[in-house]
Write a protein that binds this ligand. Sequence first.
Ligand code: TYD
Length: 223
Amino acid sequence: MLITFEGIDGAGKSTQVKKLKKYLMEKGHDVITLREPGGTVVAEKIRDLLLESKHDITPVGELLLFSASRAELVQNVILPELKRNKVVILDRFYDSTTAYQGYGRGLELQLLQQINAIASFGLQPDCTFFLDISPEDALIRKFSEKSLPLAFEESELDRMESSGLAFYQKVRKGYMKLLENNERFVLLNAGDEPQAIHDRIIQKLASLCKNTASTEPAKNRKQ
Ligand code: TYD
């Protein structure tokens, strides 16, 4: 089973990923958590290029780098782990590309769909939890976590985070578009208590497993 988490930076995805992993492991599942970009030696190098470098990267270059990192992770790690019947929890997947490079950077959505399909080898998540937060609140949260004053130094932000509030508004709107008419997504209010969010996630997964009558849909799922 492949479960993905999405949301703008600072939405609290990593807290929920940790909580879910702990819960599922206590239930006896074999669980692996991963995050994009990264997860293999090559993908981690691409991550450094994408996030740490202060050099400009063109929108298409950015798209291809995120996609290259994804292809490495999917082929080398995710597909083999799914074959071993592991539950894979993934912090970001191709919906991030659609939201950030498509709606955020303005790249053509049809082109993105094709590249997303290539980079993910057609793999689709069973369920995607979208944690919604306004970019303003996300920024406040980020800085309080890092104990930084809001009058921050630009250098405290990674390359993506330096894209500005207007960019994040577009990304958030993009996610909302993705959610429309897509049953795979579950909308969660990132402002709720972490435990309440976790409880909803568990509820949703329980009903999903009931509906599919299995926690191992990977083999039969349309890829
Ligand atoms: P990361 O430090 O992992 O942030 P977060 O905790 O918010 O996930 O940084 C990943 C950044 O890369 C984040 O700003 C979102 C962005 N991103 C894209 O723009 N496109 C993508 O396809 C992916 C996977 C991430």
